[in-house]
Design a protein around this ligand. Sequence first.
Ligand SMILES: Cc1cc2nc3c(=O)[nH]c(=O)nc-3n(C[C@H](O)[C@H](O)[C@H](O)COP(=O)(O)OP(=O)(O)OC[C@H]3O[C@@H](n4cnc5c(N)ncnc54)[C@H](O)[C@@H]3O)c2cc1C
Length: 290
Amino acid sequence: MIPGPFIYHRPASLAEALTVLSTHGDEARPLAGGHSLIPMMKLRMASPEHLIDLGGIKDLRGICETAGDIVIGATTTQAELIKSDLLAAKLPIIRETAQQIADPQIRAKGTLGGNVANGDPGNDMPAVMQALGAQYVLQGSGGKRSVPARDFYQGSYFTALQQDEILVAVQIPAPPAGHGYAYEKLKRKIGDYATAATAVILTVSGGKVSSASIALTNVAPTPLFAAEAAKLIIGTACDAATLQRAAEAAKAIADPATDGRGTAEYRREMAGVMTARALAKAFARAKTGA
Ligand SMILES: Cc1cc2nc3c(=O)[nH]c(=O)nc-3n(C[C@H](O)[C@H](O)[C@H](O)COP(=O)(O)OP(=O)(O)OC[C@H]3O[C@@H](n4cnc5c(N)ncnc54)[C@H](O)[C@@H]3O)c2cc1C
């Protein structure tokens, strides 16, 4: 349980961090809250020779609104997401999800950037970011680019992040006021990763769903954007038969492994149950537009 030796860097600027990263190549890794990386180093599943602590870079932290988008700095902690009045008003699904991550000690240090950049299919925020249509803003030696959360995840711990890049922010288009939302997570106990979980964002007009997006956590090697399930509920009032059809569509794309949280069959079934519950809750919360 003791990590291998490493050199610790604490740059004060993003430019400095990028220089250290490009100088040391594969041997360097950014360090944010450390609540995924340090356990992996202790288990010798990761042995970076250079750790680049992003905690000293002030520009990477904070939450603001610009031109209809909410921009969250990569090193903003999960605890700060929960405390943010702006997020509570504009993106309440983020607070609802952050409250279901781990425990208060981990949320005090764990960051949004680390949660989404890690590529762990058990992490809760990636599916939420897919449901919200978020963009990940990445900065590397060659400049800045944005990658949609829906295109970022390539496999378990494999993402579109290049070795010389740092995730600097997550940019989220604010859904309309009165939208419905829910993050339903089945877990064995407080502090556990999801057995299965579903994020839903929808809008309702004239008593019927007018737009919807759905994404699933921890039922495949990557988060899953459930486009077919979302299509099925458009134009409906989320009646029981429609919820069942959407649940079946979510189950059809799920590909969970058997693990300590249950068999593959059970976890696929729970992906459907979480989807139906999240849809029903989001619909009940939405304010009906004209
Ligand atoms: C007991 C326990 C239970 C947990 N339960 C849950 C849970 O239920 N749900 C959940 O979602 N998470 C859970 N976590 C994980 C926790 O949320 C982590 O904090 C989070 O996954 C990683 O964030 P971090 O800031 O700690 O990142 P770190 O551990 O510092 O980094 C994780 C990875 O991301 C990379 N990285 C970090 N920041 C950046 C960046 N800005 N740019 C590029 N790469 C970056 C690092 O190089 C590393 O590879 C749990 C952790 C523990 C220890």
